[in-house]
Design a protein around this ligand. Structure first.
Ligand SMILES: Nc1nc2c(ncn2[C@@H]2O[C@H](COP(=O)(O)OP(=O)(O)OP(=O)(O)O)[C@@H](O)[C@H]2O)c(=O)[nH]1
Length: 518
């Protein structure tokens, strides 16, 4: 596999692990966010529904009392002020208080504020100037009036008053009939609602007075909230919801409020965000830990995977490098195994193989072939005179000169051994071989390498050639051909060296005079 594709595989593995982790994280974050929104929406809906139920309960509570007040008004109108009439009114009031649980007490006051009737067993003669009394004295309306919460003069309990004006037959102010409504009635009812640890229910008069708060705080009954933010919402809408951080306890609450239909009252249900999100927070923690563990497992597994991929890549890359290096080494070795280390012409082993191959080919093609053996003359003396190192340099020069002559495609110049060279010349007949042999002798002479030990004063060679006119079906033996060339070389030595002798194989044809040699 190519290197870049291997690296890409490792990068893809890493990217895959990172993308999987990111997708899991994003999905989890998205799901947590959805759950968060749903929890808040649900809480807002719950608070709104609770507010609706509580306003209906408040309307119902006051309506029942109002009906009693109207009944008392009627009794006062028709029963008259005589003793029997007063008794009937009293009985009605007693029965009503017994029948309506939220109704703590009924009182009737005349136009001077003097108590003239009660649902109690005994009538205390006292005067009042409470706000509801003053309200009815001032305003000639047929509306029931809801007073601020107060402590009952009789029981000492917190009550809220509901009152109606009594008129003389001419319509002038004749006094008030007032009902005390027990606030514990609301408490008992509100306690049934689950509003969490920090939730609250606020029940009050529209003009901004708290009648009751669940849970009850020491200061909350009668508290003036006309300047509060809630009051702002109350004056502007029939119902609604908002989120607010309480300046009193620093708790963030979602508040739903609603006005009563029949009376100037409101109910606000506030649920603390922490309470609402308690479940959500717990679930987020648990899921968060689970996701974290999952990511650790994926990360660990992914890392192992990436490491394995990377390991495999490294191994494959090392294998590629090793293979390339091996191929390079192999080529070098191959080249080295074919070449002679000193002279850089082909070596003996290559020569042997090449000659066998050429002879086999020759048998098929029928072409001519020449083999030329070359020996440096008096080389022992050269070594003795100039040293072995100089001898080596001389051999290199001679080899290069031979190479320069046998330049045709397919010509092979080889070192046969010591100071002896051999040339295989395919498709080369006797005439060509003669010419080349002569050029070889000339080429070495042209080097003009001084040689004191030589009669001619310079390095020369002797050449022996053997040529096959046509090799087809000749079944020539390599050894025979070499011997033939060697014999020619021997003759060249014998005849004085620095010359070439040629045999035309298999006959020994002497070519004693190669043209242009001397
Ligand atoms: N410097 C060097 N000398 C070599 C090498 N191979 C063979 N020789 C020397 O070549 C010489 C060959 O000597 P001989 O075989 O007696 O022949 P010659 O002295 O050339 O005499 P003729 O061939 O009769 O002219 C020996 O002294 C070898 O040591 C080589 O690789 N380097």
């Amino acid at each position: 596999m190519p290197e870049h594709r291997i690296q890409r595989a490792s990068r893809t593995a890493k990217l895959f692990v990172v993308v999987v982790c990111l997708i899991i994280l994003l999905l989890e974050a998205w799901s947590a966010w959805r759950a968060y929104e749903m929890a808040l929406d649900e809480a807002t809906r719950d608070a709104s529904n609770m507010a609706l139920a509580l306003t209906q309960q408040a309307d119902q509570t006051f309506k029942e009392v109002d009906v009693v007040l109207l009944g008392v008004q009627e009794h006062l109108d028709y029963d008259g002020t005589k003793a029997a009439g007063r008794q009937r009114t009293h009985d009605f009031m007693v029965t009503s208080v017994a029948a309506v649980p939220q109704l703590a007490m009924l009182m009737v006051y005349d136009e001077t504020g003097l108590a003239i009737g009660t649902s109690q067993a005994t009538l205390e003669h006292r005067y009042i100037q409470d706000d509801y009394f003053l309200h009815h004295q001032r305003l000639r309306t047929n509306q029931a009036y809801l007073g601020k919460p107060m402590r009952s003069r009789v029981s000492g309990q917190w009550v809220v008053t509901m009152s109606r004006r009594i008129n003389h037959p001419d319509g002038s102010f004749a006094g008030v009939v007032v009902a005390d409504i027990d606030l514990s009635h609301f408490q008992r009812y509100y306690e049934q609602f689950a509003i969490g640890r920090n939730g609250a229910i606020l029940f009050g008069l529209n003009e901004g007075t708290v009648i009751y708060r669940q849970p009850l705080l020491s200061y909350s009954i009668g508290l003036d909230i006309s300047k509060s933010i809630l009051q702002g919402y109350l004056t502007n809408a029939e119902q609604g919801s908002f989120e607010l951080r309480s300046p009193r306890d620093d708790i963030v609450r979602i508040t739903s409020f609603r006005h009563c239909n029949l009376y100037p009252l409101f109910v606000a249900v506030a649920l603390a965000k922490d309470d609402i999100l308690e479940d959500w927070t717990r679930r987020v923690w648990i899921r968060g830990i689970a996701v974290l563990l999952l990511l650790i497992v994926i990360g660990y597994g992914g890392n192992r995977l990436v490491a394995q991929v990377a390991g495999r890549e490294t191994a494959e890359m090392e294998a590629i490098t090793a293979r390339t290096e091996l191929e390079r080494l192999y080529r070098t070795l191959e080249a080295q195994s074919q070449k002679d280390g000193l002279t850089d012409v082909f070596n003996r082993r290559y020569f042997d193989a090449a000659l066998t191959a050429e002879l086999a080919r020759l048998n098929r093609s029928g072409e001519s072939l020449s083999l030329i053996m070359v020996d440096v003359d008096h080389f022992k003396r050269y070594n003795d005179t100039y040293g072995h190192a100089a001898g080596d340099i001389c051999l290199k020069q001679v080899a290069a000169a031979l190479n320069g002559v046998a330049r045709r495609q397919g010509d092979i110049v080889a070192r046969y051994g010591g100071e002896e060279f051999a040339l295989i010349l395919p498709n080369c007949n006797a005439a060509s071989a003669a010419a080349i042999s002569g050029r070889l002798v000339q080429a070495v002479r042209a080097l003009r390498i001084p040689h004191e030990g030589s009669p001619v004063g310079q390095v020369t060679i002797s050449v022996g050639a053997a040529s096959l006119a046509s090799g087809k079906g000749a079944q020539v033996d390599a050894r025979d051909l070499i011997d033939s060339a060697d014999a020619a070389l021997y003759l060249a030595k014998e005849q004085g060296r620095d010359r070439a002798i040629q045999h035309e194989y298999p006959r020994l044809t002497l070519l004693p005079d190669i043209p242009g040699l001397r």
